[in-house]
Design a protein around this ligand. Structure first.
Ligand code: ADP
Ligand code: MG
Ligand code: ZN
Length: 478
């Protein structure tokens, strides 16, 4: 029997607000344990939470970017469970009345486009962090993270393969980063994913029993965990068994998923309305204000780059990987007036140099102005494309302008036909035998003569002129 995977992802994104969701404590990562706490986020009796408006701003941004319907009225609920990282004994979340729902994002896998539904997006508070003593003698609790705002993005079970799951995650990730509402750091846990997966016989309409996978801290691990789980469930079903509905943890070192302790599986959250918070009312004016401040989203930017700059979709994808890179490219394209050359130089040399040093475009020593100037110098034939390679590398190492580098190193292209003719006369004279072979039909030797002339001029000969002259001279040789 053939089985088909059914996958639905739940994503938690930590928001880049200054303050926590219900108190004024800082959200900064990496501070002294328990230093960013107050009676509210410590869950002391009698304190009252106050909603941080910024969190709602960010929710509206994400809802608009993922085509969600925004509900005018939503409310908070208490999700009750006992765990030492949750001082109140409940998490303030949203349940019955979510602020955003019925959205979607488009993904592409191996050239196939697909729309993945988003069930809902809601706001909630993060829990604290437990640090377990390696000898098993003690556990420590750090409540700095308690009350840090999260968006939970619940996806529809529309995903049919681990590749689609990774593509969907990458799409959400890039949107959050473009919106500047989440830093997207998976290792530090600011972007987390739980993956629900079940199998069903191909052609079956009902879903099978699912497991929920946790603890994957990279895109790759989400994919690996799903691949493993598909195999595991298939073995069970093929043997006539039944999948147990449970939460399983991905074990990166072992490359397997393992059941989580059973007491945590039996969920009864006893959700009920949060009596200490009023409903959230989002009016049209608020939505409009946020809409006006929205940046162009990655997919729209990609399509515009292809249209406006006539560059391949692949290139547009690379150049829009981050907002900063896209801005850099557009500045070079504008200043040079040559978008295609700009795309090639940014994607070629600039990204290669940056990757070698694991640096982002923000740290690029070559300013858009300098790169654009260099592209214009190639265009007006002051330097050849080959020399430009040397110039770009020197610009990167020194931060100097192309003009400075060209004059310091004497790299100006030779466009004087007289000078090049002299060079060629000498080369043809010294290689009489090869000239004869060329005349006898070995046309490949043309490249050899060009190479010799380039060598003799330190790569500075204007290639077109050189080719022209060489052709004429060879035709006139005896
Ligand atoms: P829970 O309350 O356990 O979080 P939900 O019904 O809200 O359950 O679903 C959570 C996630 O599981 C959603 O992303 C949804 O797409 C996915 N999901 C639901 N049913 C299945 C299934 N049978 N197989 C795979 N994924 C599923
Ligand atoms: Mg869940
Ligand atoms: Zn606090």
């Amino acid at each position: 029997m053939e089985f088909e995977p059914v996958i639905g992802l739940e994503v938690h994104a930590q928001l880049l607000t200054e303050a926590k969701i219900f108190c004024g404590c800082s959200t900064k990562f990496g501070a002294e344990p328990n230093s960013h706490t107050c009676p509210v986020c410590l869950g002391m009796p009698g304190v009252l939470p106050v909603l941080n408006k910024k969190v709602v701003d960010f929710l509206i941004k994400m809802a608009l970017a993922t085509n969600c319907t925004i509900n005018k009225k939503s409310s908070f609920a208490r999700k009750n469970y006992f765990y030492p990282d949750l001082p109140k004994g409940y998490q303030i979340s949203q349940y019955a009345e979510p602020p955003a729902e019925h959205g979607w994002v488009d993904i592409e896998v191996n050239g196939d486009k697909k729309r993945i539904g988003i069930t809902r997006i809601h706001m909630e508070e993060d829990a604290g962090k437990l640090i377990h003593d390696e000898h098993g003698l003690a556990s420590y609790v750090d409540l700095n993270r308690t009350g840090v705002p999260l968006l939970e993005i619940v996806g529809e079970p529309d995903i049919r393969s681990p590749e689609e799951a990774a593509a969907y995650l990458r799409r959400l990730h890039e949107i959050l980063i473009y919106l500047e509402i989440c830093d997207g750091n998976m290792e530090e846990g600011s972007f987390r994913c739980d993956a629900n997966i079940s199998l069903r016989p191909v052609g079956e309409r009902n879903f099978g029993i699912r497991t929920e996978l946790k603890n994957m801290n990279s895109f790759r691990n989400v994919q690996r965990a799903l691949e493993y789980e598909i195999k595991r469930q298939r073995y069970i079903l093929e043997a006539g068994g039944e999948v147990v509905q449970e939460t399983r943890l991905w074990d990166d070192a072992a490359g397997v998923t393992q059941p989580m302790r059973s007491k945590e599986e039996a969920h009864d959250y006893r959700y009920f309305p949060e009596p200490d918070l009023v409903s959230v009312i989002i009016d049209d004016a608020w939505i409009e204000e946020i809409r006006r401040g929205m940046p162009e989203l990655p997919l729209a930017k990609r399509e515009r780059f292809v249209r406006e700059y006539q560059i391949p979709a692949y290139d547009a994808g690379v150049l829009t990987a981050s907002r900063a890179l896209a801005d850099y490219f557009e500045e070079v394209a504008r200043l040079s007036g040559q978008p295609k050359a700009a795309a090639n130089w940014v994607m070629g040399d600039i990204l290669r140099f940056l990757n070698e040093e694991k640096k982002g475009i923000e740290a690029c020593p070559v300013s858009p102005t300098n790169l654009a100037a260099m592209i214009r110098l190639v265009e007006n034939q002051t330097i050849s494309g080959k020399i430009a390679k040397e110039v770009s590398e020197t610009m990167y190492r020194t931060g100097k302008t192309p003009e400075e580098i060209i004059s310091e190193k004497g790299l100006v292209q030779i466009t004087d036909a007289g000078v090049l003719t002299d060079v060629l006369v000498k080369i043809l004279r010294e290689n009489g035998e090869k000239v004869a072979q060329y005349k006898a039909g070995k046309e490949k030797l043309f490249g050899f003569f060009v190479g010799q002339a380039m060598k003799a001029t330190g790569g500075k000969a204007n290639p077109q002129l050189l080719n022209e002259l060489l052709k004429k001279m060879l035709a006139n040789q005896e």
